[in-house]
Structures are given as C-alpha cells and as structure tokens.
Design a protein around this ligand. Sequence first.
Ligand code: HSE
Length: 406
Amino acid sequence: MSKFAVLGHGVVGSGTVELFLKNRELINSRQGTDLELGYILDIREFPGLSYSDKFTKDINDILNDDEVTVVAEVMGGVNPAFDFVLSCLNRGKSVCTSNKELVAKKGAELIAAAKAHNCSFLFEASTGGAIPIIHPMYTSLAGNEITAVCGILNGTTNYILTQMIENGTPFDKALSEAQAKGYAEKDPTADIEGHDANRKICILSSLAFGRHVYPDWVHCEGISNITAEDAAYAKSNGYAVKLIGSVKKLPDGKILPMVAPRFVPLSCQLAFVSDVFNGIMVYGNGFDEVMMYGKGAGKLPTASAVLGDIIECAKADGTILSCTWEDSADNSFIADHKDDTVRMYVRCSGSSTQDIEAAFGSVDFIKADGINGETAFITAAMPEKDIDAALEGLCSRVINTIRLLG
Ligand code: HSE
C-alpha cells in the first residue's frame, strides 16, 4: 500500500481529498496502484467529515510513518511549508505541491534535496491549475531548445478582466466573485498586482532555461490601472486586454521574463482565453509552437494536477522524477525590459496630435466607441526606453500606457 499525506485542508487540499475519494477505485484499478489517504495535516478542526479520523496537527505523525511515501503540500506560502517539505524530502518522501510561491522562491533547493534523498519533488499544480504544462516542458518537449513562453497564468485576473470587459461588471464585484469561486489567493493583492503570475513565469523560466529565476528579478505589473476606457479602445481596434506572463531568450543569450497587461491582437489565440481559463504558448526550435489551455484556478481543477503528481510518485517506486534546474548566484542573465522593442498603446487627454507626432514620429491614432475629447494611439515598434523618453514630453497629457503583445 502507498499511503499519502495532505498538508493543508484549504481549497486545494480539500479538493485533493475529495477527488481522490471520488475516484479511488478508478485510480487504483487503472493505474495499478494501491493508494490510500494516510493523513491530513491542519491546525483547524473539521468535524463531521467522513474522513475526520485522518486529521493530525503534528507533522511528526507523517514524518515518522514509513508507510507514507508521498506528501502533497497544498498549504501555500513559504513558512512553514518550506520546513515541512524539506523535512519530508530529507526523509526520502516524495513531495507534490501546488505552492507556486514555494517553488518560485525555493525550487532549486528543494529539487536538490529531492535528488539527494532519492525521491521526487513535483509541482504540476503550481502553474496553470489543471493544465499539464510543467511535465511536458521536461518530458514531451525535452528534445527542443525552448525559446519563449507566453501566457495567461492567473485565473483570478483573467476572470476579473473578462467580467469587466464582456459584462461591464465593476472591478470589486468581479473580485468578490473570483474569491467566492475559490480562484483568488488568500491576499488577492498577489493576483491583482501580478505577483502570482510572476511566481509562475519564474517557474516556467527556470524550467525552460535551466537556472533559477527569482521573483524579485522580474519586472511585474498588475491589472489595477486597467480601465473600462482602455478596454473600449482595445475592443474597438481588434485587441483583448490580458495579463500576460512571458519569457524569451534573446540573441545575446540573456532571457527576458516579465509580467504586464498587454493588448493581445485577435489573431493570437490568447485573446480568446476568457474567464478562469489559462492559456500558455510554448515556443521551441523543433515543435515551433504549442498551446495549452484549461482551468487555471479552482478547487478541483488544481486538485486534479496535485492528484496526478501523487499517482505518478506512487507508481515511480523509488525512481526520481523531478526536473532539474540549477540555482543562480546573480541575475546577470536577466535582460532589462527597457531595452526590449515593443509597440505601446498610449491614451492622452486633449485632441492635439502635433506634439505626439513630433515626439513619436508616425503612430496609429485609434478611436473607441463613445469616447471623445481625448487622443489614443499605438506607437511603432521601438525600444521601450525610447518610448519612455518620448512620453516625457507629453507627461501631463498621458492617462495610461499598455504594451502590445507580439
Ligand atoms: N490565485 C491563483 C489564480 C490560483 O487565480 O490563478 C491558481 O494558482
């Protein structure tokens, strides 16, 4: 029998238990496993559940039980999750986690600990919810050099933007709905300000390029300054507004990871990824491009990925499954986004266009239904630092800027 433990009985933890109990016979017969739920660690009380006897408040019950070979960490946050995960790995127990903050901040160390103790550290659920994205990057796509990854990596903000733009729902109401549906982080600032997407692009960057990318090294913007007017300009001119996490390898060998809202052209499939769904494009030198799509947040979609990792570990029977990346001493391999060439949407007060053309040269002026008495335009492609310099001359007029994707 393979016993597994679940650390944390929150949204994802309770979903993992629920999905396992619902599908236990199917899983064990199809997968040839003999998986059983051993423990659930949580300091809270959960009376009246059919599996109430599984709860413990003491991590040592799990650490000291040799029958527990796999542990799912679904608590979130770095502390105490890091200590618990490291203790499990040091005892040779494989760990599966949905905790993107833990992987983004401590992934290199935990991968090394798993290797040192002949067990696995898996984190499919940390990025893209139910979408299989982590495994394909180091298995099915492993014969390629990955050149870029670009996607919608946060379900909460995508849900909010969809509700605001498609249904005219106010921001606060859309956020409350996302919280009620179990999509948002405990502190939803992490979603809104892009920190959650940042952690996920760090994980994908580390995986794609083999060196740990820490969140502090990544330029990160959220969606808090996106307005209905910006969405109207986008819609009237063939774009969707999306929070995009991206990383690309540059000709000089550096990589450029970043998180920011983008005008996404309707020619790109990411423009049609709505609601809580995530979509992730991966580019490589053999397969060219693949796109993965699915529910990026929520109880059972995330539990699905956790449970998949648990089953894989149970089947592996001592084989180390973890992917590999090395820790990074410094961020000298990360490029400055201000040197990147982009096109920028700019919204200005006033209707004069002469100073705009004087500063930027040729631009595309755009209109939006129902908006008058102001000016919006899209620049030609140029280094972002040159756009900043041109914007300085207009500064009192500038209302907002958003980069284009592509
Ligand atoms: N808050 C996260 C999101 C949960 O909305 O995407 C899934 O990682």
